[in-house]
Design a protein. Structure first.
Length: 131
């Protein structure tokens, strides 16, 4: 994909793809997250966000929160926490796709709402301890 983007940039002098793309998959048993940009540059990430004015802040949040060996549930929680940093209406404006070996699954609005409630509950517990 990055090679195709690069060809259009080099030969035609235009960038018709105009977007960054995140692709998730597996290299053997190892999960992979790759990003391409409109010029055809590609990079590998452990966690990343693209698009919009908040992508840099979200990327920094993910870099601080990501640790080797996160469980699937911890990874989902980290993703939701990063989205809550920039989304005003909680789970209503979120879509989460979990990519696992053998397939992918879009989380339902109810599943995302449950994670949001759990995160908000953790925040309230921290406030109660301060008092």
């Amino acid at each position: 994909m990055a090679r195709t983007q690069q060809k259009y940039t080099q030969r035609g002098g235009v960038r018709p793809f105009g977007i960054s793309t995140l692709m998730a998959g597996f290299d053997g048993d190892k999960p992979c997250l790759m990003q391409t940009d409109p010029a055809g540059t590609f990079s590998s990430w452990k966690a990343n966000a693209v698009g919009g004015k908040n992508a840099k802040g979200m990327r920094e949040f993910l870099e601080k929160g990501w640790e080797e060996g996160l469980s699937k549930e911890e990874g989902i929680k980290l993703a939701v926490k990063s989205l809550l940093e920039v989304v005003d209406s909680g789970s209503k404006n979120m879509e989460i796709c979990v990519v696992e070996k053998g397939g992918r699954k879009m989380l339902s609005e109810e599943e995302i709402a449950k994670v949001v409630e759990e995160i908000e509950g953790e925040g309230n517990e921290g406030e109660e301890r301060k008092e």
